[in-house]
Ligand binder design. Structure first.
Ligand SMILES: C[S@@+](CC[C@H](N)C(=O)[O-])C[C@H]1O[C@@H](n2cnc3c(N)ncnc32)[C@H](O)[C@@H]1O
Length: 221
């Protein structure tokens, strides 16, 4: 009985007491520490050798985003590669849609383990693979279907790598953020779930035409 009344009193006191400066400072310090621990222990391990400007945090694609990516891949077949595959959801879904081999490249080891676990739990572990590799070092010369969900700052650099390496018949799908200098051949969805499809053949042709007309303009001036 005594215990009950003292607990009730404590709760009543907590309810009525306004937060003091030291309470706020403690909460802020606790939150900061939790965020820091999360960054150092879970998110950052993958980025140790990646320059700061190329680091992209983990944000999983929404269900609608995954659906939009799959819609843009309709009619395509063969291999699929997700660059920065996170928890592996795009790779897994693409494999469910018939793409094989389905490969995810991810720097964060925790996310690679999680992806493998999810593939094992759903019975796809023999048909999909997740590799702990830096996407900038992946040879894209044989990839036909590529998906990315990366930060805009990184996408401008990735355009160059893709134009230099991908075969003409490759299709690139970007989720959430479009490639800054490319023209999509199709767009699916709205807002943050939107996805853009780019034909490498068309893009390469446009880039060549643009640089030819620039050279001609320079010659005539
Ligand atoms: C925005 S998340 C997208 C995750 C997943 N593709 C999805 O759609 O749910 C970007 C992912 O790229 C990974 N990443 C960033 N830079 C990378 C790099 N250089 N090589 C491999 N993975 C990278 C991050 O660790 C993160 O998991």
């Amino acid at each position: 009985m005594d215990d009950d009344s003292s607990t009730t009193e404590t709760f009543a006191e907590l309810k009525t007491r306004s937060l003091g400066v030291s309470d706020v400072a403690q909460i802020a310090a606790g939150t900061g520490l939790a965020v820091y621990a999360m960054w150092v222990g879970i998110l950052q391990p993958g980025f140790r050798r990646v320059p700061l400007k190329l680091q992209v945090p983990y944000i999983p694609a929404s269900k609608s985003q995954v659906r939009n990516v799959m819609t843009l891949l309709k009619g395509r077949k063969g291999d699929i590669v997700d660059l920065g595959s996170g928890d592996g959801r795009i790779v897994l879904e693409a494999h469910r849609h018939g793409f094989t081999p389905a490969v995810g490249y991810e720097l964060n080891p925790w996310l690679v383990y999680l992806s493998r676990f999810k593939a094992w739990r759903t019975g796809h572990h023999r048909s999909v693979s997740y590799r702990r590799e830096d996407l900038w070092k992946v040879d894209l010369s044989k990839c036909k279907n590529i998906t990315v969900f990366l930060a805009p700052s990184v996408l401008s650099l990735l355009q160059k790598k893709m134009l230099a390496e991908l075969p003409d018949d490759a299709l690139v799908i970007a989720g959430r953020f479009p490639f800054p200098d490319w023209t999509p051949c199709r767009v699916e969805g709205l807002g943050v779930d939107r996805a853009w499809a780019y034909s490498i053949d068309v893009q390469r042709h446009k880039t060549k035409t643009a640089s030819n007309s620039f050279t001609k303009a320079e010659e005539t001036t």
